[in-house]
Structure formats: C-alpha cells, structure tokens
Design a protein around this ligand. Structure first.
Ligand code: HEM
Length: 150
C-alpha cells in the first residue's frame, strides 16, 4: 500500500463526512473537531427535548392549584431532573462541547484541538456517563423527615 493510499484511508476515518458516508458513520468515532462539535450539539439537543417534556409535566401539574396530576414527591423529582438535564446535559455540553469544539480551532487558526483522540474519547464517554447518572438517580429517594418545627 502506498503512502498516498494510507493517507487517504486515515483521512476517510478521521473525516467520515467527507467520504460521503451514511449519517451513522458521521456519528461514530471521529477525531475531527467539527464532527465532534456537531455530535455534541445533536446529542445535547436530544436531552433538551427530554428536559422540555419534563417541563411540560411540571406545567401540567401547576395548571391547577391542587396536586392532582402527580404527587408532591414526583413533582419535586420532575422539576429537579428538568433543571439538572437543562443545565448539565443541554447548556454546558452544547456551549463547551458543541460550539467550543466547532468554533475555537477555527477562531484561533489551529488545525484541530490539542488532543483530538482524547477529545473523541470524551464525547464517547458522554452518553454512557449520562445513562449512568440518570439510572443512578432512580435510587435517590427523599428522606422522610418530620416537620421542621419541633
Ligand atoms: C437552560 C435551562 C432551562 C431551560 C431551557 C428551561 C426551559 C423551560 C421551559 C421551556 C419551561 C416551560 C415553561 C412553561 O410551560 O411555562 C420550563 C419550566 C420550568 N422550569 Fe425550566 N428550564 C431551564 C432550567 C431550569 C432550572 C435550572 C430549573 C430549576 C431547578 C427549572 C425549573 C423549572 C420549573 C419549576 C418550571 C415550571 C414553571 C412553570 O411552568 O410555571 N428550569 N423550563
């Protein structure tokens, strides 16, 4: 295999979008900062939609003064999860991971991020980490305490 062929294979692996491949390949492992930026933006937008559904559930409960849609404990869980998802799975990943990855190398005139494979690994760990956090939250139970006043 010639040096040129090796280079073309390496480029195709690092820039799947440029090889005209399917969108699934675009969302597989890539060290291209633009691809990783878009991967973050699309993934975090999915979590924005999840947070939006939770906001709708909170709104439905608040529609009437009575606690007639969900129990107070579930209401607390819903808006806590809504806030946590919106901040940690939408705002922070889309600003730092999404726009940061896409724009910073372009703005400073660099070819890519300093450690492209570490960057790709970080995105690879993003979704498993989110799944672990959300699944772990199922084990969080409100501590049943008495009234605050003695
Ligand atoms: C960037 C972050 C956030 C976005 C984009 C966002 C978005 C929304 C949206 C679209 C609604 C529906 C509003 C409505 O139907 O009237 C909502 C409701 C709500 N959000 Fe957020 N939210 C964010 C962060 C938070 C945080 C951090 C908290 C608190 C921990 C929070 C608590 C609530 C509550 C309690 C409601 C229900 C209020 C109501 O509908 O009257 N949100 N949010």
């Amino acid at each position: 295999m010639t040096q040129l062929q090796l280079q073309q294979e390496a480029n195709a692996a690092a820039h799947p979008s440029e090889s005209g491949s399917h969108w699934r390949e675009y969302f597989s492992f890539s060290t291209d900062h633009k691809v990783i930026g878009i991967q973050y933006l699309v993934t975090s937008f999915m979590f924005y939609l999840v947070g939006g559904v939770l906001a709708d559930l909170v709104r439905t409960e608040l529609k009437t003064p009575e606690s007639d849609f969900v129990s107070p404990e579930v209401y607390n869980s819903l808006f806590t999860l809504h806030g946590t998802i919106m901040i940690f799975l939408w705002i922070i990943p889309s600003l730092t991971g999404g726009f940061g990855n896409y724009l910073v190398p372009l703005l400073i005139g660099a070819r890519d991020m300093a450690f492209p494979r570490l960057n790709a690994l970080a995105f690879g760990l993003f979704r498993p980490q989110v799944c672990c956090s959300l699944v772990a939250s199922l084990w969080v139970r409100p501590k049943l305490v008495g009234p605050l006043t003695p």
